[in-house]
Design a protein around this ligand. Sequence first.
Ligand SMILES: [Zn+2]
Ligand SMILES: [Zn+2]
Length: 180
Amino acid sequence: MNRLVFNSPNGPLDLYTPRFVRGSGGDKVGLCPICIEPVERGGRGLKMFAKTKVSAYNYHLQYYHGISSKTGLPYSPPIEFRTTLRDAAFEPDDPTKVKSKSLSKKTSRKNMMEGRCHACGEWVALQGTKDVDVLVKELYWWKHAASCHRGTTIAGEGDYFVHDEVWARIREFSRQKEFL
Ligand SMILES: [Zn+2]
Ligand SMILES: [Zn+2]
């Protein structure tokens, strides 16, 4: 097995770039810098590797953690929320319809949560049309953000990090570097 090699991030607060990679070419994998963090610091306490060349790594960071590859920071959330009734919920029962239709109607969502995007101003569906539990609730928003935000964030947005001892040390280190 190839050994892990240090991979320099764009600064200590870059949440996207893997700190360690292994292998090369199509087999190159990056270690997720968020999963590796302990649970109490927002991670999962596990080594999660994903291939960097087939965008598996990109997919994991963007659609599992909601981290933008362009900013290295979390995607901006919606600026407004609303819930709309879906028309499909008002379809009258029709006994002549085939079974598969009535099945899909049963699981079809009656209310749809939507969020408004700071970049395009559109209302974006935050849920799937099927009323089922999903692994990553924010997936629909993050998919929109990845194709729409293009590195932009809500004006004045910031303060992404928990102000713990690690954060204090990074801030102190960054300050010292400015005076070098
Ligand atoms: Zn991860
Ligand atoms: Zn948008």
